[in-house]
Design a protein around this ligand. Structure first.
Ligand code: PMP
Length: 436
């Protein structure tokens, strides 16, 4: 394959798309220049495109398809549910089954509410924190992505020209109201002193701290355990809730990142893998906090609907997906993840290329830098790093590997040891091309 020349059908589809969608696009993350490749089908860890090319899929719909495509155990429950109806104006037992599984796996979660996306679940967690505490502000980590609720996307892409020592609140989207920026405080990852200072100054106004323990867009650099412990302690003392966004990090282990880090957040946001390939989100937490949603005593403190929330297709697929994720399966994902990370770091050394592969479990990211990677600012790509990332992405595509354009990879359970070897080899060749 030699993209874009060998992708004429994707090019044709993109021409059609451009007429009816802005920039031919309905999802910013899947666009790349000059046009994205169009998917036709997937099976196991492979995806076929409109021109007949086949790829080992290392992005898995941005980490959600942990069992790859067309997993027979998931397809079976989905087909059975299709025959029974896909969504009702009434609850079904399927939502109880999935909620029971999540509550059993997460000691900090007594109760759960389902949504249709991670964005919505983050929004409901923030609103729940405000409703419970009666406070208006939240704090979040610089560069961390939490979906597209205005408050959650503040300082997602702050730039060197607007960096100050304590990060300022920078609008992500044009048109973000000043009131939103005023109600969001921004923290550098793993900086205990700044977190304590912000909590000390704004505590009485602060409803919650929102944190992803392995923030992907901020570099996939893990939050340190001592940082999270200090954050949790300072928050608790000030009556500030700790919200863990585990939309991605729940794929790190049987009890998610909070199980690995041994931290009990007040609220947890889930998404992606808990939907078994269908749109989903969830917010869970302690029963006293979750009572803000309770409609049994009149209008709840926080009313929450959602036409397709907890639809039985998603719930059944999600349950099958989660049941297949046993401790042994997580162990294998950890093992193959570590093998790939080591392989990539060896490739960097072999090709004399400045860079590093970071991550945990089945997740990894590649950064083209010779500096220590500690947080969002440390991996902020300069023009040269951007050029290398772009070249790397296309070099991978041409070798039959799908990854995110910004260097994120996610492994899946159907990958065999020989698939893993193939991935390491293709990445090695792509890095050699970048080094050349
Ligand atoms: N939080 C995190 C950490 C995410 O990575 C994402 C999506 N990639 C979201 C929230 C939003 O989820 P969704 O795309 O389902 O709205």
């Amino acid at each position: 394959m030699n993209y874009p020349e060998t992708s004429p059908e994707s090019a044709r589809l993109y021409e059609r798309a451009k007429v009816v969608m802005p920039g031919g696009n309905t999802r910013t993350t899947v666009y790349f220049d000059p046009f994205p490749i169009y998917a036709v089908r997937g099976e196991g860890c492979r995806m076929w495109d409109a021109d007949g090319h086949v790829y080992i899929d290392c992005i898995n719909n941005f980490t959600s398809m942990i069992h790859g495509y067309a997993a027979p155990s998931i397809n079976a429950v989905v087909s059975a549910q299709l025959a029974l109806g896909t969504a009702f104006g009434a609850p079904t037992s399927s939502e109880i089954d999935l909620a029971e599984l999540l509550v059993a796996r997460l000691p900090a979660v007594d109760q759960v509410r389902f949504t249709n996306s991670g964005t919505e679940a983050v929004m409901m967690a923030i609103k729940a924190a405000r409703a419970f505490t009666g406070r208006p502000k939240i704090a979040k980590i610089e560069g961390a992505y939490h979906g597209s609720y205005d408050y959650a996307e503040v300082s997602l892409d702050s730039r060197p020209d607007n960096w100050s020592k304590t990060p300022a609140s920078i609008a992500y989207a044009k048109g973000t109201p000043q009131g939103v920026l005023d109600d969001v405080l921004v923290l550098p990852l793993n900086d205990i002193a700044t977190a304590q200072a912000v909590i000390a100054e704004h505590g009485p106004q602060l409803a919650a701290i929102l944190i992803d323990p392995l923030p992907n867009r901020a570099g996939l650099i893990p939050a340190r355990r001592d940082y999270l412990a200090a954050l949790s302690k300072a928050a608790r003392a000030a009556g500030v809730l700790l919200i863990f966004d585990e939309v991605i990090s729940f794929r790190l282990g049987y009890s998610g990142a909070q199980g690995l880090w041994e931290i009990a957040p007040d609220l947890t946001v889930l998404g992606k893998i808990i939907g078994g390939g269908f749109p989903v989100g969830a917010v869970g937490g302690r029963a006293d906090l979750m009572s803000v949603f309770d409609p049994t005593r009149g209008k709840p403190a926080l009313p929450h609907g959602g036409t397709f929330s907890a639809n039985p297709v998603t719930m059944r697929a999600g349950l099958a997906s989660m049941q297949a994720l046993t401790p042994a399966v997580f162990e294998r994902l950890d093992r193959i993840g570590e093998t790939v990370r080591q392989g990539i770091n060896a490739s960097f050394a072999r090709h004399g290329l400045a860079g590093v592969c970071v991550g945990l479990g089945s997740l990894f990211r590649v950064h083209f830098t010779d500096q220590p990677v500690t947080d969002y600012r440390s991996v902020y790509p300069n023009a040269e790093a951007r050029r290398k990332l772009g070249k790397f992405h296309i070099a991978l595509l041409n070798r039959g590997i799908l990854a995110a354009g910004y260097g994120l990879f996610a492994l899946s359970t159907p990958m065999t040891d020989s698939d893993v070897t193939e991935i390491i080899k293709a990445i090695d060749e792509a890095l050699a091309e970048v080094a050349a």
